[in-house]
Design a binder for this molecule. Structure first.
Ligand SMILES: NC(=O)c1ccc[n+]([C@@H]2O[C@H](COP(=O)([O-])OP(=O)(O)OC[C@H]3O[C@@H](n4cnc5c(N)ncnc54)[C@H](O)[C@@H]3O)[C@@H](O)[C@H]2O)c1
Ligand SMILES: [Zn+2]
Length: 672
């Protein structure tokens, strides 16, 4: 292949990976592989200057611009960062800075700032007169997507700044991240619903920020760290102190940020944080070093793609080797069979790994895993351990390739493969225990009927005792029947029955979701319920009528029709209806409703100036929120007027619940 051909090939590959990474949030290769391709391209272009091209991905920031958002031009370009993987490269960069600044020999006469490189997606916020007016993604560096509505749902981002010495107009840049805890919760929920998992918090954060429905964004628990301030009237002439100011104004600026005065301190900083980052609540993929003095930053300037005054030091992915005990096959709620590698326990990035999903048959085949193989397990910016390869030299003589099961490990039914998909299914939908229990667990779940008291464990218990064989059986439970069970005490029995009773007021859209109709997830259920209004309409709709509903495609329409064509499912609906479960949407004028506060529990306290308490209650409802009387861990906000009760105030502060005033609240729902 000639250099010209290879350059063309690399550019095409990199552009494709950029799209997968920035727009679809579903990368196919890992960062290091990507960086190697990029290095190869840069070298070829360097050696063949006549083949270089300013439009090459080596000179441009990978673009996240996507459909559905308004584009806004950045006042100053938002660029990437140069990458290094070793201390030597960082030292070379320091030397280059010192040389350019005419400082050769005297190492770091002006200090650097060491920071964490948070692994999320970049954001630029603009504040005017102390109010957040715009939030824009990096986009292609020149212009980004306006994601203000979504960003406003992030609790740690101040919408209105407290009185302070902030400039009248400024921009602050940072990283939107999804904390590990929220990431795990989200993936658990997705695993449960048999939706594809996010590979890492970065993809999840970037994907969430680009959702078109802010109410879902609000539920995801995004957070943000800020690392750069821009303005014509900056308070101080160095980066470090400007960030301290930003912290005073209410922005989350990482405590990791440190002034460094020597190469030794840089080295120590790297060694310290490469270990300690594991205790941070969010994902990081490296460290960033920046020249502190803003005048020197200006003198060093920028390349087309990154500032010369900053550099990223990337952490290497961690890899371990361990022996495969066996591959087990697990059956999900929708019948999908997932192969799981059970491993000899091994320590990786601070946690012990014993299991790793192999996802589907194709992956098992491609890795060519044999019984008792030594496997490579990796965990980079990813918390989910991934099997990346097999050490074939360590293979036992005569060991056979792992075979995918042909029959359901639970009920013995022959598996079927959905055309065009990698997954195998157990078709014994209504007779296969894990599928039935999976549906029961789904039904009682928090986002569905929210029947408190029935956890996953209780579902199997109730099923095996013959008390709950299908979802309608929850409504036939009685205290004496529950008390028959050894493992259910009187308090649990009461809680279960109270939960069952309360579930009768759960709105119809969530009931529809709770029915476990394949492909009908939370968002889609809401759309279908709002469009069709009630279950009878849905059960009698034709394929065309269903497809006419927003976001319903042929596959979903067929799935709904097939679900209700099965007579026992219709009987279930009737039994639920008789028990008092909601089977239609309430009649009301919903023309001025929004979903901005969807699912948020809000406590109102004190006296207000702009609207009455009742008006605020109505506004909360209209925007999808819930009015609750007393403050608890589950409260999302306290809307506080004057003379808020001191005990309420204390409780809210103790639980760390954000207290907002009326103008912040009105701003939040777009009525300021
Ligand atoms: N796997 C793939 O297919 C694929 C595709 C494209 C890009 N990538 C990865 O992404 C990299 C390029 O992405 P990029 O241009 O977003 O660069 P980057 O993520 O390596 O670095 C720049 C970004 O770091 C973030 N950042 C976090 N903390 C920061 C701090 N304290 N100060 C300044 N910035 C901070 C900012 O959002 C900034 O935009 C590649 O090197 C590769 O590793 C991977
Ligand atoms: Zn089965």
């Amino acid at each position: 292949m000639t250099p010209s051909e290879r350059i063309k090939e690399l550019r095409e590959q990199l552009n494709r990976h950029n799209r997968l990474y920035y727009v679809e949030n579903a990368p196919e290769i890992d960062d290091r592989q990507y960086d190697m391709l990029m290095k190869e391209l840069e070298k070829l272009e360097h050696d063949n200057p006549d083949l270089d091209d300013p439009l090459s991905p080596s000179h441009r920031v990978g673009s996240d611009l996507s459909k559905g958002f308004t584009q806004v031009t950045h006042s100053r370009p938002m660029l990437s960062l140069g990458n290094t993987y070793s201390l030597e490269e960082v030292n070379d960069w320091i030397d280059r800075c010192n040389d350019s600044l005419g400082n050769s020999g005297g190492l770091l006469s002006v200090p650097l700032v060491g920071e964490m490189k948070y692994d999320g997606t970049s954001i630029s916020l603009t504040y005017e007169h102390g109010r957040l007016v715009r939030a824009v993604t990096r986009g292609d560096g020149e212009k980004g997507d306006d994601v203000t509505l979504n960003v406003k749902t992030i609790r740690s981002i101040p919408l209105v700044l407290p009185t302070g010495d902030w400039p009248e107009t400024f921009e602050i840049r940072g990283e939107i991240v999804l904390p590990w805890k929220e990431f795990d919760r989200l993936n658990e929920e997705r695993a449960f619903n048999e939706e594809p998992l996010f590979a890492n918090p970065r993809n999840a954060a970037a994907g969430t920020l680009k959702m078109l429905d802010s109410s879902i964004v609000a539920k995801r628990g995004l957070d943000a760290y800020f690392y750069y301030l821009l303005s014509d009237e900056l308070p101080v002439d160095n980066h470090y102190e400007n960030m301290l100011k930003a912290r005073e104004w209410g922005f989350k600026v990482s405590d990791v940020m440190t002034l460094l005065h020597s190469a030794q301190e840089v080295d120590d900083f790297i060694n310290r944080w490469d270990i300690e980052r594991r205790n941070l609540p969010v994902a990081t993929d490296g460290l960033v070093f920046k020249v502190n003095n803003l005048r020197q930053q200006l003198n060093l300037g920028y390349t087309a793609k990154s500032p010369r005054w900053a550099i990223a030091y990337k952490f290497a992915a961690e890899r371990a080797q361990t022996r495969l005990r066996e591959v087990s096959f697990e059956v999900g709620r929708m019948g999908v069979i997932t192969p799981v590698a059970n491993l000899d326990p091994v320590l990786l990035s601070g946690t012990i790994v014993k299991r790793a999903s192999l996802h589907n048959e194709d992956i098992v085949k491609n890795l060519d895993i044999h019984e008792h193989d030594m496997l490579y397990v990796e965990k980079g910016g990813e918390i989910i351990p991934k099997i990346t390869g097999v050490d074939t030299d360590a293979r036992e003589a005569g060991s056979r390739p792992v075979e995918f099961v042909t029959h359901c490990p639970d009920c013995g039914t022959r598996l079927i493969r959905i055309p065009g998909e990698a997954a195998w299914l157990c078709p014994n939908k209504y007779g296969c225990r894990p599928q039935i229990i999976g549906r029961l667990e789904h039904f009682v779940g928090r986002n569905m009927m929210d029947i408190e008291g029935v956890g996953d464990e209780n579902c199997s218990l109730l099923y095996d005792a013959g008390l709950v064989k299908d979802i309608a059986d929850f409504y036939t439970l009685t205290t004496p029947a529950l008390r028959e069970l050894d493992r259910v005490g009187p308090r649990t029995a009461d809680r279960i029955l109270e939960g069952v009773e309360a579930s009768k007021s759960v709105t119809f859209d969530r009931v529809l979701y709770a029915l476990s109709i394949p492909y009908v997830g939370a968002t889609l259920s809401r759309k279908v319920a709002r469009a069709a209004k009630n279950i009878d309409a849905i059960m009698s709709m034709s394929r065309e009528e269903l497809i006419a509903i927003d976001d319903v495609g042929p596959r979903i329409a067929d799935s709904i029709i097939e679900h209700f064509a099965y007579q026992p499912n219709r009987v279930l609906v009737e039994r639920l209806r008789e028990a008092g479960v909601q089977m239609s949407m309430p009649e009301e004028d919903t023309s001025d409703h929004t979903t901005i506060l969807d699912g948020k529990s809000i406590v109102i306290s004190g006296v207000f100036a702009l609207h009455s308490r009742d008006e605020y209650k109505a506004l909360i409802e209209k925007n999808g929120g819930k009015n609750v009387g007393s403050i608890s861990k589950k409260t999302d906000y306290v809307l506080a007027g004057d003379n808020m009760g001191p005990s309420k105030l204390e409780k809210a502060q103790k639980l760390g619940i954000p207290i907002i005033n009326e103008s912040q609240f009105l701003e939040m729902i777009g009525q300021a």
